[in-house]
Design a protein around this ligand. Sequence first.
Ligand code: DGL
Length: 264
Amino acid sequence: MSRDAPVGVFDSGMGGLAVAACIARDLPSESILYLGDVEHRPFGPRTAAEVAEYARAAEAFFQAQGAKAMVIACNTASVVADRLRGLLPVVEMVGPAVAAAAELRPRSIAVLGTSGTVASGVYQRALAAALPGTPVVARACECALRLAERGGGDDQALLERRLGECLEAVVGYDVAILACTDFTCVRATLDRVNAGRLRLLDPAEAVAAQLRRLLEGRGLLSASTRPRHRFCVTAPEPAFPAIGRGRFRLPVEMVELVRTEVRT
Ligand code: DGL
């Protein structure tokens, strides 16, 4: 495997661009092959078996494209990471997020994510193991996330109301893990609505750091001075270039339409 092979970054849509942006910033020699499975989003309300199949199809896609590792930049797919085929070394969201949360020494902790992420109980179990005795609550935020996944929509007041509902449900908790990458598409609004009440933890940086450790450990860290990024989607998403470039400062020049082999 070549050290200059790309890192595959997988999400259901555009939220994973937040993780891709962290990788581009913290590991600037790495080439990124981004895959947004727009055809099958949202993942949140789907069954674990469906999401696992989309993740396996992404894994096979990355392998066929010559990727050296896979980053699951999606919490809903991360909670089924144990169902991948093991074709590539994998970095998922939950482990790094929980480790980063533990470093904050929280008095209590909330997990805000999709219904699939919350229902899996994966975060709750990992937090109970890492922070025994610390109160944990997990809350599904589907309504807010449906707006967030496209950058918030046109109705700013509605977005603020929906985000406010998510936060109200966990008010009084100390730290909230943003356990859905789509929150990052509306982070400025979320911060305004939160107004400093909870410490919000975006796991993206911790995920990039975990990727560095994984690549270093396998002698796969690139030293390239000319990384090449590709951005792919499984169905058209007109907002992708604007969000990629504007919100995440990624060099999205072209978005490729690709197919993944999903077995139904
Ligand atoms: N962005 C994904 C996550 O981090 C999932 C959003 C969705 O497709 O429901 O959970």
